[in-house]
Design a binder for this molecule. Structure first.
Ligand SMILES: [Ca+2]
Length: 123
């Protein structure tokens, strides 16, 4: 019985390692509710968010490069629409992205530095 339990744990760990390895590749799909892409049309490396963020200066894409001022497209399934801003702390020019799962090109290409959610556009 003990042996079987250990075998199951080993199997789960092996499965987890396989998933983690796949996710770290440059073109892996983003599974978070807000995804940002270095390239237009969902291309290039990706980063995912599970909550709003007031400053992208410490955020990294999956390839390790910086997110700040490099986002070129965005997709969201967050229920409430995310609003991206060209400055930190939700200042500057902004773009509201429909949270319908489609990928939208950045209006202000390579300029976004923060995002938050519009609570008047939850659906
Ligand atoms: Ca870019």
């Amino acid at each position: 019985m003990v042996f079987i339990k250990r075998a199951l744990v080993a199997g789960i760990l092996a499965g987890g390692a396989l998933i983690a390895g796949t996710a770290s590749s440059a073109n892996a799909a983003c599974t978070d509710q807000v995804c940002v892409y270095e390239g237009r049309g969902g291309g290039g490396t990706v980063a995912g968010f599970t909550t709003a963020d007031n400053n992208f200066s410490n955020n990294r894409f999956q390839d390790g490069s910086g997110v700040n001022d490099r986002i070129s497209s965005i997709s969201a399934t967050s229920g409430c629409d995310p609003i991206f801003y060209t400055d930190s702390f939700w200042r500057g020019d902004s773009q509201t992205v429909w949270s319908d799962g489609r990928t939208y090109n950045a209006v202000y290409d390579n300029r976004y530095s923060s995002f938050r959610f519009s609570l008047t556009s939850c659906h």
